[in-house]
Design a protein around this ligand. Structure first.
Ligand SMILES: NC(=O)c1ccc[n+]([C@@H]2O[C@H](COP(=O)([O-])OP(=O)(O)OC[C@H]3O[C@@H](n4cnc5c(N)ncnc54)[C@H](OP(=O)(O)O)[C@@H]3O)[C@@H](O)[C@H]2O)c1
Length: 273
């Protein structure tokens, strides 16, 4: 049994679908998930990564666990997984855990817990995801405008579907134990480029508006803890050479190149119409 946490998210939903398509037994976990949210044949269990007791029913019969950084007790979650029979854990972490550990203490703690678990493990350090552009869905729908800070700073955003494809591969295949993969897209794109890609997918112009750092900070602080806001703004505004670089790991695992931002925009154009 493959247990996928974050099963209704950008990554988890695709991962559940990929495993289910292979005919593999899957349990989909999120705090709010029902059978209506998952493909036929997938078991849906509502549970909170912040509450280990709530996870035990979800972990029953599990061999492999796809784990998100959420909740405050990674050691408790991993112990419960081991007791349930899990032999392999794939952790979805952030590239910032490697490039700016001080700004990502939560992800660092989860990585340390997974590496010290005594189970087989693989850590996936994702760079910024293409799906962050959903923040533009409403303003693009309403006024064909996309606002972001640091409009000309390029980063190789990764398609969450590629993160899911890598996760499916490392959950199923041997040969990835003890590996830490950095997942990026195939090329750096700037926020201005990404707005243009959405415009191209829509077939209509989208105006890009440069946001001040302060305005972006205030907006992000509504949905993220402050240290993560600071870390994210630092990556967006002053990326390190590693954060600017395209990683070979998606292609290494999947045997095909990572998908460009434009492909994500085309697949998701309906959200911006
Ligand atoms: N976006 C980026 O640029 C980026 C970059 C690097 C790493 N990441 C990591 O990638 C992860 C997945 O990204 P995503 O875009 O797929 O996320 P998402 O679309 O926001 O989905 C998050 C998923 O996790 C579930 N969830 C959240 N908190 C939970 C908890 N305490 N217990 C159980 N389930 C919980 C949510 O469902 P419920 O709300 O119903 O629980 C949902 O299914 C993020 O959480 C982040 O740590 C993201």
């Amino acid at each position: 049994m493959f247990v996928v946490t974050g099963a209704t998210g950008n990554v988890g939903r695709t991962l559940v679908g990929l495993l289910a398509e292979e005919g593999l037994p899957v349990t989909a976990v999120a705090r709010r998930v029902t059978e209506a949210d998952v493909p036929p044949g997938v078991r849906a269990v509502a549970a909170d990564l912040g509450d280990v007791a709530s996870l035990r029913p979800a972990l029953a019969g599990a061999d492999a666990l796809f784990l998100l950084v959420a909740g405050e007790d990674p050691e408790g979650v991993i112990a419960a997984a081991g007791e349930a029979g899990v032999r392999r854990i794939v952790l979805l972490s952030s590239q910032g855990a490697g490039t700016r550990p001080g700004a990502y203490p939560h992800a660092v703690r989860f990585e340390e817990a997974v590496r010290g678990s005594g189970l087989s493990w693989t850590v996936l350090r994702s760079g910024g995801m293409a799906s962050n552009a959903y923040a533009w869905a409403e303003p693009v729908r309403l006024s064909r405008t996309a606002e972001a800070p640091f409009g000309d700073v390029g980063l190789p955003f990764v398609d969450p579907a590629d993160v899911a494809a890598v996760a499916a591969a490392v959950l199923r295949e041997d040969g990835h134990d003890g590996a830490t993969y950095v997942l990026t897209g195939p090329e750096a794109t700037t926020p201005r480029d990404r707005a243009a890609a959405i415009a191209a997918a829509l077939g209509e112009p989208v105006r890009f508006a440069e946001q001040t750092r302060e305005a972006a900070h205030a907006q992000m602080a509504q949905v993220m803890p402050l240290p993560v806001v600071e870390g994210t703004l630092a990556i967006l505004g002053e990326p390190t050479p590693d954060e600017r670089s395209v990683s070979p790991d998606v292609e290494r695992v999947l045997g095909r190149p990572a998908r460009p931002f434009a492909a994500w925009a085309e697949r998701n154009a309906a959200a911006f119409r």
